[in-house]
Design a protein around this ligand. Structure first.
Ligand code: NDP
Length: 450
């Protein structure tokens, strides 16, 4: 391994932050081809600077539950890089949130945002709060308490958070209301806003749609298409729902959904209207989907199983991991391949382990679309929301969707051509990482040491 890469990774190993280390290892190792030919990055200590967030804030969040009891959580904002624009990246509310997880997400976000070609830096935030089982009033009080601190850190031209796991339109609404009350500003500081008060059409759909646009472009390059492809999708949240919707629009058939309790295999194809009703209206579980389907048209092949591992054991042509990090292991990758799967497009952030990625990239007849390229549609459309807010306009759904489609095509071709330029034709992981890195690193050099 390149000595520079080695020394940066060795230093990182001392941090005891395994998830961040995994993300950093994936990126930094893949930069070897450019680091060994262009010494300026080492001379300007770019990697050493990039792996340290510009600013990290950890704060206490105190909120009152319905019984009148005070509860405490930890809130975070990791402002990783402002080389290309205001910090931009979602907020995650989940019990597993800690600094390690947010550093991994914020680090990924730097390169993803760079790849979109738009002016956005990288950041991430959230809290170790579990929205599951909380009342509407408790969710609102938590969001308001969280924003009481976060408001001191963000702004339309400094840091613009969005949603992520556990943070959807409802939570963005409560946080935006509080932000406005504290600052008196009605601006584009949060994205993923409601359509009546500054949101962008197609933002809700953007990550899932974008991932499918990317997969389509990738398959087209190989003379194939999504038409008729059977696809396994994990998760049942924002990314999964709109991945499935767009897959069906392209003539593919998505046959699975999952959550942290179990998964559904619906061989006839997931019923998107039913899924939306259960997840977006009733806020139910995938087991509720199976129950509802059972009463209507249950077939032996349409079933619910508890436990999440099985989602990758279903025969399919392609897989769209859209739930969470490290949900696709080496064993899962081997099972998918054995059962006929020939492409993976990552909707979630870092859903595949390093070993799984290595296996997928080693198969000559396999296409792998890495998260930071394939799921960049969400943040790209968030930036389109910022553009609309800044000019006090709202574009039509079609207008935003066309821009999203063009951005995803561009990310694919940029990643593909960069991989080819560095003699790794077809390796979109290397292509995306180098293309994303180069722009940020060059900006850092031009902006001097800070
Ligand atoms: P949501 O909260 O809307 O949905 C997450 C889904 O994943 C839920 O169905 C959840 O189930 C499931 N899930 C979580 N953990 C597990 C697990 N261990 N095993 C199986 N299922 C699990 O989040 P999003 O759809 O917004 O985000 C999904 C992924 O996509 C995340 O990695 C996120 O960072 C990434 N992403 C999201 C973007 C966006 O625009 N929303 C943009 C780019 C990336 P349960 O309800 O049981 O927890």
């Amino acid at each position: 391994m390149n000595a520079y890469v080695n020394s940066v990774l060795n230093n990182l190993a001392n941090y005891n932050q395994p998830v961040f280390l995994q993300a950093a290892t994936e990126v930094i190792r893949s930069l070897e081809p450019i680091l060994s030919t262009q010494k300026k990055y080492e001379e300007h200590a770019i990697l050493e600077r990039l792996v340290i967030p510009e600013k990290t804030t950890i704060f206490r969040v105190v909120w009152i539950d319905d019984a009148g009891k005070a509860n405490t959580n930890l809130g975070y904002r990791v402002q990783f890089s402002s080389a290309l624009g205001p910090y931009k990246g979602g907020l995650r509310f989940h019990p597993s949130v800690n600094l390690d997880v947010l550093k991994f997400l914020g680090f990924e976000q730097i390169f993803k945002n760079s790849l979109t070609g738009l002016m956005i830096g990288g950041g991430k935030g959230g809290a170790n709060f579990d929205p599951k089982g909380k009342s509407e009033a408790e969710i609102m009080r938590f969001c308001q308490a969280f924003m009481s601190e976060l408001a001191k850190l963000i702004g339309a031209t400094t840091d613009v958070p969005a949603g992520d796991i556990g943070v959807g339109g409802r939570e963005i609404g409560y946080m935006f209301g509080k932000y406005k009350q504290i600052t008196g500003h009605y601006d584009g500081t949060l994205t993923g806003k409601g359509l009546k008060w500054g949101g962008s059409l197609a933002r809700t759909e953007a990550t899932g749609y974008g991932c499918v646009y990317f997969a389509d472009e990738m398959l087209k390059k190989a003379g194939q298409g999504l038409q008729g492809k059977v696809c396994a999708v994990s998760g049942s949240g924002n990314v999964a729902i709109y991945t499935i919707e767009k897959l069906h629009a392209f003539g593919a058939r998505a046959v699975t959904i999952s959550d942290s309790s179990g998964f559904v295999y619906d061989k006839a194809g997931i019923d998107v209207a039913l899924l939306k009703e259960i997840k977006e209206v009733q806020r139910g579980r995938v087991s509720d989907y199976a129950k509802a389907k059972k009463s209507a048209e249950f077939t032996p092949a349409s079933k619910y199983k508890s436990g999440t591992n099985g989602v990758w054991s279903v025969p399919c042509d392609g897989a769209f991991p859209s739930a969470t990090q490290n949900e696709l292991s080496l064993q899962d990758a081997k099972t998918l391949y054995k059962n006929g799967c020939r492409f993976v497009a990552e909707g979630a952030n870092m859903p595949s382990t390093l070993e799984a990625i290595e296996f997928m990239l080693a198969q000559k007849d396999f296409f792998f679309a890495p998260a930071k390229a394939a799921n960049a549609g969400g943040v790209a459309t968030s930036q389109l929301e910022m553009q609309q807010n800044a000019s006090m306009t709202q574009w039509s759904f079609d207008e935003v969707d066309k821009k999203l489609h063009a951005i995803m095509k561009n990310i694919f071709h940029n990643s593909y051509e960069t991989a080819k330029e560095f003699k790794y034709k077809g390796n979109l992981l290397i292509g995306a990482n180098i293309a994303g890195f180069q722009k940020v690193a060059d900006a850092m050099i031009e902006q001097g040491y800070c």
